[in-house]
Design a protein around this ligand. Structure first.
Ligand SMILES: Nc1ncnc2c1ncn2[C@@H]1O[C@H](COP(=O)(O)OP(=O)(O)OP(=O)(O)O)[C@@H](O)[C@H]1O
Ligand SMILES: [Mg+2]
Length: 162
C-alpha cells in the first residue's frame, strides 16, 4: 500500500485535488471519504464529478442519502457516479433499505461514500481511502491522505501539493 499526502490551503485547491485524483479512477472503484463535519469531503467529490463532466448540481446528499450522477469518462463513455452520505444512517437495516449493497457492487459505476465508517463490514474491503483532516494552524488548511491497498494515485497531484 502506498499513501499519498497533500496539503490544501483552500476550498478551490481541495476541488482541484479531487479533479486530478479522478484521473486515476476506473469504473467499479469505491472511494471511502473520511473527515469531520465540514472537512471538505463534498468539495473533493465535486472535483471528481467535475473531471467526469457531470452536469447535475453536485450537492451534499445528506437528506437523500444517495445521489446518482451521469458523467463521461476519458474514453468518452458514459459513466455512472453514486454519491452516498451515510451520516444519518444508524443501522445495517437502514443500509439495506437504501440499497447500499447493490450500489457497492455496481461494476460500471464509481462509488463515492461520505461517512463510510457507518457502513462497517458492509463496505467492500478493497477501496480507495481519502481522509481529509483539519490542519491546526489555519481554518482553510486541510491535510488530504489518499491510499489504496493495490493502486497508486495519480502522481500529478503530488506535484501541485506543497
Ligand atoms: N482547504 C479547504 N478544503 C475544503 N473546504 C474548505 C477548505 N477551507 C475551507 N473550506 C470550507 O469548508 C467547508 C467544507 O464543506 P464540505 O461540505 O465539503 O464538507 P464535508 O466534509 O462534506 O462535510 P459533511 O460531513 O457535513 O458532509 C466549505 O464551507 C468550504 O468553504
Ligand atoms: Mg459532505
Amino acid at each position: 500500500m502506498e499513501t499519498d499526502c497533500y496539503h490544501s490551503h483552500s476550498e478551490d485547491e481541495t476541488h482541484s485535488f479531487g479533479r486530478q485524483f479522478a484521473e486515476t479512477l476506473a469504473k467499479g472503484d469505491i472511494i471511502a471519504l473520511y473527515g469531520d463535519l465540514g472537512a471538505g469531503k463534498t468539495e473533493f467529490v465535486k472535483g471528481i464529478c467535475d473531471y467526469f463532466q457531470v452536469e447535475d448540481i453536485v450537492s451534499s446528499p445528506t437528506f437523500t442519502i444517495m445521489n446518482q450522477y451521469f458523467g463521461t469518462d476519458s474514453d468518452d463513455e458514459e459513466i455512472t457516479i453514486y454519491h452516498v452520505d451515510l451520516y444519518r444512517i444508524d443501522s445495517a437495516k437502514e443500509l439495506e433499505e437504501i440499497g447500499f449493497d447493490d450500489c457497492m457492487f455496481s461494476e460500471n459505476a464509481i462509488k463515492l461514500v461520505e461517512w463510510s465508517e457507518k457502513a462497517g463490514e458492509m463496505l467492500p474491503k478493497i477501496h480507495w481511502t481519502v481522509d481529509i483532516a483539519f490542519a491546526s494552524d489555519n481554518d482553510n488548511e486541510r491535510i488530504i491522505t489518499i491510499s489504496h491497498p493495490e493502486k497508486i494515485a495519480n502522481g500529478t497531484i503530488a506535484e501541485s501539493s506543497s
